[in-house]
Design a protein around this ligand. Structure first.
Ligand SMILES: Nc1ncnc2c1ncn2[C@@H]1O[C@H](COP(=O)(O)OP(=O)(O)OP(=O)(O)O)[C@@H](O)[C@H]1O
Ligand SMILES: [Mg+2]
Length: 339
């Protein structure tokens, strides 16, 4: 009995060490994609990882899901429901008389003020997306990722010393990164962000049932963690990928919660996710009933910022993100609509 308890504790400690190593690896390499069959524990693993990532200093975790798994079962993180009508199709072109700022949109995210406020108020957040079609889901995710990308980019450009690491946790990533569902232009933009993200301390932790469902450009750039995969995926992709792995056949028998981190060919066993305190539950951010009035424009500021040579920007210890907020609202490409 004592022996069993001892070995379980030891196993737990070893698992913890592996988990910490994995997290360091994600953050230094950039991204992680989990692939496993239905019910093998991908969502569970994402919860365990998200929970650990949240504890790191200067680290924000932004979760996207299309089914309320995190919203119902994760820990004390607020969630915002994004309704089907919140992303609408638009067909007009905005012409700013300067081709750098000309941007033709296909979609627009409503409730911009509210989403932005939620992102300002809460360090970590779950977006539970109740949108019906994949292209609009992808657009919503893109709009949030783009928001952080621009902030990180402008901070870097202005030489701010504020650092912040963002981890985007994307459930069912095939919905967002499957090129056949994303209009080419949107996908190109997303891909550009994705390829530059790690340099800006933006990270993606994703999961999907089948490797082949994801766009090749995305899956080629991430590190992989494979659980028990489908035979179909195994035949088509995984077998070749694991040709030098110790676990190349064993993978088809992996138990729930067991994954292979292919970069190091190491097994990682995830525990079942549990909150530390049973009362530690997610809570819903209530939709605003009285939208705040639209702020005045700051288009000039945007232009100033974009045209100040980088070498003139002086580092400061008192930078806040207020001016970034203004830029965000007025410059690019009003992806979010502020009513
Ligand atoms: N390591 C684990 N130990 C014990 N139970 C687990 C573990 N991982 C997952 N489970 C349980 O197994 C069930 C399926 O897990 P999960 O939802 O994470 O799988 P999934 O791969 O995300 O499935 P799907 O493809 O359907 O989204 C859940 O009830 C979950 O609590
Ligand atoms: Mg799942």
């Amino acid at each position: 009995m004592e022996k069993t308890i001892h070995s379980t504790t030891l196993e737990k400690q070893q698992n913890n060490i592996q988990l910490k190593t994995l997290i360091n690896n994600i953050l230094s390499f950039g991204d992680l994609l989990l692939i496993a069959n239905k019910g093998v524990g991908k969502t569970n693993a994402l919860k365990v990882l998200s929970s650990e990532l949240r504890k790191l200093p200067d680290t924000r975790v932004i979760i996207f899901e299309t089914f309320p798994k995190f919203a119902l079962e994760f820990e004390n993180v607020p969630f915002l429901r994004i309704k089907d009508k919140d992303v609408t199709e638009t067909r007009h072109t905005i012409d700013m008389e300067d081709y750098f700022l000309r941007h033709e949109r296909d979609y627009c995210v409503l409730r911009g003020e509210e989403i932005k406020e939620a992102l300002t108020k809460h360090k970590d957040i779950i977006f539970t997306i109740e949108i019906k079609d994949m292209e609009r889901i992808a657009f919503f995710v893109y709009s949030v990722v783009n928001h952080f990308y621009r902030r990180a980019y402008l901070r870097l450009y202005k030489n701010y010393d504020k650092t912040e690491r963002i981890v985007f946790v994307v459930e069912e990533s095939q919905n967002i990164f499957d090129s056949s569902t994303i209009s080419k232009k949107l996908f190109n933009r997303m891909r550009k962000i994705f390829s530059e993200a790690r340099n800006l301390d933006l990270h993606f932790v994703m999961c999907s049932q089948r490797l082949q469902d994801l766009n090749t450009k995305i899956r080629g750039r991430t590190r992989l963690m494979l659980g028990n995969v489908s035979l179909d995926d195994y035949e088509l992709k995984v077998r070749r990928l694991l040709r030098n792995s110790k676990y190349r056949t064993e993978i088809l028998e992996f138990e729930r919660g067991t994954f292979l981190y292919t970069a190091t060919d190491k097994i990682i066993k995830f525990p079942k996710f549990e909150t530390e305190n049973i009362l530690d539950k997610p809570w819903e951010i209530q939709p605003q009933t009285n939208p705040q009035p639209k702020k005045k424009g700051f288009f000039g500021k945007v232009w100033d910022i974009l045209t100040i040579p980088a070498q003139n920007a002086t580092p400061s210890h008192n930078n806040t993100d207020e001016d970034l907020d203004e830029i965000e609202e007025e410059s690019e490409l009003p992806i979010w609509e502020f009513d």
